[in-house]
Design a protein around this ligand. Structure first.
Ligand SMILES: Nc1ncnc2c1ncn2[C@@H]1O[C@H](COP(=O)(O)OP(=O)(O)OP(=O)(O)O)[C@@H](O)[C@H]1O
Length: 210
C-alpha cells in the first residue's frame, strides 16, 4: 500500500432515469484538491455519494474508481478508506472532544493519546480534551472535525461545502488550515462548493458540472 495514493476517477458516467446527469474522467494527485462546481441539481452531491459508496439506487453508474491500485467503486463504503468533511462538524455529542478524536484513530495505532494531544495543539485547542463538544464555538468544532478526519488516516478526502456555515473571518482561517493540512498529509481531495473563493484557496483544478 503506497502512503500517498493518487485517486483515479475513470470514465465515470452517472445516469438518472436514463439521462446522463454527469460524466467525469479525472486523476487527483497526492496533495491536490480537485474542486467541483456547478448549479444546483447538476450532480455535485451525487458524485460525492458515488465516490463515498452511498449513492441512491435511483442512479446508475458506469466507470471505475481507483485509489492507487485499489479499485474503490466495488468496495463497501467503510472499506474505501475515505475521509469526509461536511458543512456541519457532526461531532459525536455523547463523546468529549478527546473521545471524538480518539474515535477515528485506527485500532492498532501506537501512541493514540500523544496523537490526540498533538492534534489539539496543532489547531490551537490544547487543553480542550475533556470538553463537551456542545460547549465549543462553531469554528472550534470545525477544527476538531478536521483533526478527527486526519487522525483516522484516510487515503483520500471528500469535502462537501465544508466552510459554508462559517462566518467570513473564520472561513478564511479554516480554508488555510484545511488545505495546508491536506497538502502536508499528501492526500488527494475532491471539494464540492458554490464559492469561488474556496476553489481559489484550494489551489487545484476546477471542473464545472451541468
Ligand atoms: N435519491 C434521489 N433519487 C432520485 N433523484 C435524486 C436523488 N437525489 C438527487 N436526485 C436528483 O439528482 C439530481 C442531482 O442532484 P444533486 O443533489 O447531486 O445536485 P447538486 O449539484 O448537489 O445540487 P445542490 O447544489 O442543490 O446541492 C437532481 O436533479 C436531484 O433532484
Amino acid at each position: 500500500m503506497t502512503l500517498n495514493p493518487t485517486l483515479h476517477i475513470q470514465q465515470v458516467q452517472i445516469t438518472l432515469h436514463g439521462e446522463t446527469l454527469l460524466a467525469i474522467d479525472r486523476t487527483i494527485a497526492p496533495g491536490e484538491v480537485l474542486t467541483v462546481m456547478g448549479p444546483s441539481g447538476s450532480g455535485k452531491s451525487t458524485l460525492l455519494a458515488y465516490l463515498a459508496g452511498f449513492i441512491s439506487p435511483a442512479f446508475k453508474a458506469q466507470g471505475q474508481v481507483f485509489l492507487a491500485d485499489t479499485r474503490l467503486d466495488t468496495l463497501p463504503a467503510e472499506k474505501r478508506g475515505l475521509g469526509l468533511l461536511f458543512q456541519d462538524p457532526l461531532l459525536f455529542p455523547h463523546l468529549s472532544v478527546g473521545g471524538n478524536l480518539r474515535f477515528g484513530i485506527p485500532q492498532r495505532t501506537a501512541n493514540k493519546q500523544a496523537q490526540v494531544v498533538q492534534a489539539l495543539h496543532q489547531v490551537g485547542l490544547a487543553g480542550y480534551e475533556a470538553r463537551d463538544p456542545a460547549t465549543l464555538s462553531g469554528g472550534q468544532q470545525a477544527r476538531v472535525a478536521l483533526m478527527r478526519l486526519l487522525l483516522s488516516q484516510p487515503r483520500a478526502v471528500l469535502l462537501d461545502e465544508p466552510f459554508s456555515k462559517l462566518d467570513m473571518a473564520l472561513r478564511q482561517e479554516m480554508r488555510s488550515l484545511v488545505f495546508n493540512q491536506l497538502r502536508d498529509a499528501g492526500l488527494p481531495a475532491l471539494l464540492v462548493t458554490h464559492d469561488h473563493a474556496d476553489a481559489d484557496a484550494a489551489g487545484g483544478p476546477i471542473i464545472e458540472l451541468g
